[in-house]
Ligand binder design. Structure first.
Ligand SMILES: NC(=O)c1ccc[n+]([C@@H]2O[C@H](COP(=O)([O-])OP(=O)(O)OC[C@H]3O[C@@H](n4cnc5c(N)ncnc54)[C@H](OP(=O)(O)O)[C@@H]3O)[C@@H](O)[C@H]2O)c1
Length: 247
């Protein structure tokens, strides 16, 4: 039987990049999907929905929400909570300001920090808070947060992005402990630089190049579902194998 047959999945940031690759893998395993992205890319998300149906998704719906808008995120969270979700994958994320410019102690506009924190940390936290009670009732569930190795070591650039991923990681690790007794498995997947995504193109850190691929992140996510019910990886850290250059 397929890994996710009969399971409903809410996947954020599904219009492109890592999220689009995860969506296809989930579809191949027979999941029913709700795909979320920013309202600016409604058309891309609809195309993605058609694609995952072609890949084998049992069902697919789309939802366009700006994660910087906490009221809109709460509305999405409430709607999904009323239906119930088996798997939440918090993948949507932004690197910082609109064009990838640095946001840190020496550069950038602090008003942009709010957006970074909202999209990368507060929106996922809001979704987790809304969706876990029903998972607890059911006695099972998965929450997979796509973090970043930036939340594990301090680099000199992109401090606001790092801060947002530290926040997400902190919530994820704490939620892991809080939800274990309810058989809800919470995982922080933390990749280094990933090539070929919108974020990689924007970020001067990546220079458009990277040695981890979106498919590597997909493999890390799908690995979780192959484990027995008793096992959960609290964190999966994916680093690049480039001598002397691993992030
Ligand atoms: N690429 C890397 O090197 C790398 C490394 C480590 C971790 N990550 C993490 O991996 C995740 C995916 O990144 P990616 O590289 O695939 O980036 P990407 O290609 O830029 O995709 C980002 C996704 O997030 C969505 N999103 C962005 N802002 C949003 C908002 N305000 N409201 C709703 N959705 C929004 C985008 O939707 P739209 O298309 O509609 O804008 C898109 O689907 C992020 O959490 C990122 O931090 C990436």
């Amino acid at each position: 039987m397929s890994l996710l047959q009969g399971k409903t999945v809410l996947l954020t940031g599904a219009s492109r990049g890592i999220g689009a690759s995860i969506a296809c893998a989930l579809a191949k395993e027979g999941a029913s999907l709700t795909l979320v992205a920013h309202p600016h890319h409604e058309q891309d998300l609809k195309q993605m929905c058609d694609k995952v149906k072609g890949c084998g998704a049992k069902d697919c719906h789309t939802c366009c929400v700006d994660f910087a808008d906490s009221k809109a995120v709460q509305k999405l969270a409430d709607e999904c909570a009323s239906k119930g979700v088996d798997v939440l994958i918090n993948n949507a994320g932004i690197f910082g300001a609109h064009h990838g410019e640095e946001l840190g102690p020496l550069k950038g506009n602090p008003d942009d920090w709010d957006r970074c924190m909202q999209v990368n940390a507060l929106a996922p936290m809001r979704l987790i808070r809304a969706l876990t009670p029903k998972m607890c009732e059911k006695g099972e569930g998965w929450i997979i947060n796509i973090g970043d190795v930036e939340a594990m070591h301090e680099g000199p650039h992109h401090a606001a992005y790092a801060a947002s991923k530290y926040a997400l990681r902190g919530f994820s690790l704490s939620a892991y402990e809080a939800l274990r007794e309810h058989c809800i498995r919470v995982v922080d997947v933390a990749p280094g630089n990933v090539s070929g995504t919108g974020m990689a193109e924007k970020s001067d850190m990546h220079g458009g190049q990277g040695v981890i691929t979106p498919d590597d992140v997909v493999q890390a996510v799908m690995f979780c579902f192959r484990l027995s019910k008793n096992a959960v990886p609290q964190e999966i850290v994916l680093k690049a194998m480039k001598a002397g250059k691993a992030t």
